[in-house]
Design a protein around this ligand. Structure first.
Ligand SMILES: *Cc1c(COP(=O)(O)O)cnc(C)c1O
Length: 360
């Protein structure tokens, strides 16, 4: 069987063990004699599976018992609106940190619902860092402070949660489960599954229920966190297959030693490639300052941009897939999510060295 080594930014690689389990159970989910695609989301086997998935997530992430876990549709993109709809309340103002494409879009979406202040931005320097700020930058009246833990397009990542004096909201779309995160230090965290956690179609939202009051007028039930919490995320038919793949992937992670173990592997993967980039003497260029470089996504360019399409073509010919940069940034990008093995990264690293020897 031919399998590409997949470095795509999402949907992305899944663990082979998970794919095999999907295959093995495909015609008979949990002894029902039906495919998971065919069973009711209200059936006991499915609800039991969903409950185990939540327990697995709680275990993997160290979610405080009082916190709620929702599995929603609409992706992280929907959260850009759902967060302000539910959290702005009477305050009507929220603070955002602008570190790249995604935090910019999150702030833009929130402007529909209230006043958005960008308290710090690295736009001036081309999103090459987390900009400096401290608590005094934050409006104490703000309903929350929003940040994007890992900027998937620009490859900028926070090393620790930002200082705050209002509830902290985190877009952890491309990093949740790939590195430890202090959940209790946050008011709300969201992440779509198709990066580190499974297949597209489900978004994990974790929050402190004390944060919720009345959603803004006109908020549909589907976007009301409190309603979804009361219904265990089963207000309407969920993306059952995506829930299933999420459950298998979380299980795989916990069996593989959990977040702290995968984090060490993820750091090794990233270091290996940043070393190749830095040792290339400018043949490969990553503009992010070392302290803020992402372990999940490495955007880079070639000193000679003419060579980029050749790089992509030859990579593809070598079974190395998904290396084109985000359409907004151009260039190239390597995504190193949990299911991308160290061996796959070593193969890519060899290819990059070889490509430089031939074309440098
Ligand atoms: C991918 C991504 C999103 C959008 O996720 P969707 O599932 O496509 O809605 C939002 N924020 C970040 C940081 C992302 O990487």
């Amino acid at each position: 069987m031919f399998r590409s080594l997949n470095f795509s930014a999402g949907p992305s690689a899944l663990p082979m063990d998970v794919l095999l389990q999907i295959r093995d159970e495909f015609f008979d989910f949990a002894g029902t004699g039906m495919s998971v695609l065919e069973v009711s989301h209200r059936s006991r086997p499915f609800m039991d599976f969903a409950q185990r998935t939540e327990q697995g997530l709680r275990h993997a992430l160290g979610i405080p018992p009082a916190y709620q876990v929702l599995l929603l549709q609409g992706g992280s993109y929907m959260q850009f609106s759902q967060v302000p709809l539910n959290l702005l309340q009477q305050k009507k103002t929220a603070d955002y940190i602008h570190t790249g494409l995604w935090s910019g879009q999150a702030a833009q979406a929130a402007r529909q619902y209230g006043e958005v202040r960008i308290i710090a931005s690295s736009k001036e320097t081309g999103f090459d860092r987390v900009p400096y700020f401290d608590e005094t930058y934050i409006n104490p009246e703000a309903a929350y402070l929003h940040y994007t833990e890992n900027e998937t397009a620009h490859g900028v990542q926070f090393s620790v949660a930002p200082p705050t004096r209002v509830p902290l909201v985190c877009d952890a779309c491309s990093s949740l489960l790939s590195k430890p995160l202090d959940i209790g230090a946050h008011g709300l965290i969201y992440a779509s599954a198709q990066k580190n956690m499974g297949a597209a179609g489900v978004t994990v939202v974790v929050f402190d229920p004390d944060l919720l009051a009345q959603p803004l007028p006109g908020t549909p039930d589907l976007l009301d966190y409190a309603v979804q919490a009361r219904k265990n995320s089963l207000l309407n038919t969920p993306a059952t297959f995506s829930w299933y793949v999420l459950g298998l992937t979380v299980d795989w992670l916990n069996k593989s030693g959990g977040v702290s173990v995968i984090y060490e592997i993820n750091k090794k993967k990233a270091v290996l490639l940043y070393e190749i980039i830095d040792e290339s003497k400018g043949f490969y260029i990553n503009r992010v300052l070392p302290d803020y470089r992402s372990i999940n996504n490495i955007p880079f360019t070639l000193a000679d941009p003419e060579l980029e399409s050749l790089f992509l073509e030859q990579a593809e010919n070598n079974g190395l897939h998904g290396l084109k940069g985000h359409s907004a940034t151009g260039g190239l990008r390597i995504s190193l999510y949990n299911a991308v093995s160290l061996a796959a990264v070593q193969t890519l690293g060899e290819f990059m060295r070889q490509f430089q020897r031939t074309h440098g």
